[in-house]
Design a protein around this ligand. Sequence first.
Ligand code: PLP
Length: 455
Amino acid sequence: MTDTIRFNLNENDIPKFWYNIAADHGLAPTPVLNPFTMEPVTPEFLGALFPMALIEQEVTRERYIAIPDEVREVYKLYRPTPLVRAKRLEKMLGTPAHIYYKYEGASPSGSHKLNTAIAQAYYNKISGTKALTTETGAGQWGSALSIACNFLEMDLEVYMVRVSYDAKPYRRILMQLNGAQVFASPSERTQSGRAILAEHPDSPGSLGIAISEAVEVAATSGGLKKYALGSVLNHVLLHQSVIGEEAIKQMDLADEYPDVVIGCVGGGSNFAGIAYPFLRENIVNGRTTRFVAVEPAATPSITRGKYAFDYGDTAKMAPIVKMFTLGSDFVPAPIHAGGLRYHGMAPSLSALCDAGMIDAVAVHQVPVFEAAQLFMNAEGVLPAPESSHAIRVAIDEALEAKQTGEKKVILFNLSGHGHFDLASYQSYLSGNLENYEYPEEVIRTISERLPKVNA
Ligand SMILES: *Cc1c(COP(=O)(O)O)cnc(C)c1O
């Protein structure tokens, strides 16, 4: 082991393949259902939303998928991303643990989401799609896709959750600079948006509603527009595997191997990105790394939700998948500032959690922001509130190691920087953040709100 802090790879180390966990996890596939018929989806149904190459990636059991040269060319702008040993944080905590983080905030969009945005835009472009539609919450996904669509000269329509559209103008401006059209959701542009507004004129919106709008626009465009999702789906998680593949090489340079790998989870993509390649090493090469997915106590889909078939969106137009869910009518508590607000969780991650191969914990937002501040004071990087959920648990693991004297090796994914999230940090500094526990009464009624399927 050395005194090195950054473990640098070069351009040639950018992975040439994406890794598909479905080849190795040994779990039975769960069907994806058409929300109108409750029957397994047909390629024609999915074909209205996605290009065929992505539909194939969604269902394939191939272990490795070659990354097209055009996509790797854009990855070269920011990949390999840094792997950093957080020595100053270790010292501040007085822990014998070694803490490493993979820094996806080094991408042009400021998060891991560009890894899949480029890939999705590319496969759409070569299959003749003229425009993409999507939803965005705080704007991370919309920002990434706007960069990708601008590079590939495609139009982009973004349905942005109303509260974020009003309260977080900066990412909206960034999307507009990249030529995207951004609409506050629910909007008057779609049937699903108008239906919500008729009942709730002041609706703050939700990711589930915005997905409905973006899906509707693509599905009714006569094939001109397709839909892109920033998380949850298998092909999205697949594209994120570049994070973990690079991290394996970088840990090797550090001459260490993680005892625990930690990531925050909204839909599950950045976590899967860092964790699945290491999980392969457990399954195939007998490693014994522990995996911890960290979610907010305000959106506790894995730790308190049901593992069941549910709609991907609020208007019940997106495919039904088996996942941990709080119910597709979930609307996040307005006081929750920490992101990660989706009602469900990636089906593959849900299955791995259900099978006990991955652990999940829920954390409250005030300790999350405290961890973020501590991390910034130690390492100088302002983390995204989402990523700070992982930092909280990494710090807790390091403090536990201090108690036991264990020299454990901790690796977490720093999924993005927090430069656009200063309003949330301001609430934290002024003492306006409260912890929020998702109410038990609502948890009890999840089953009643799920679709009735025979599967
Ligand atoms: C979108 C986002 C997340 C949550 O999405 P996942 O699909 O769970 O990764 C986490 N961190 C950052 C910085 C994000 O932008």
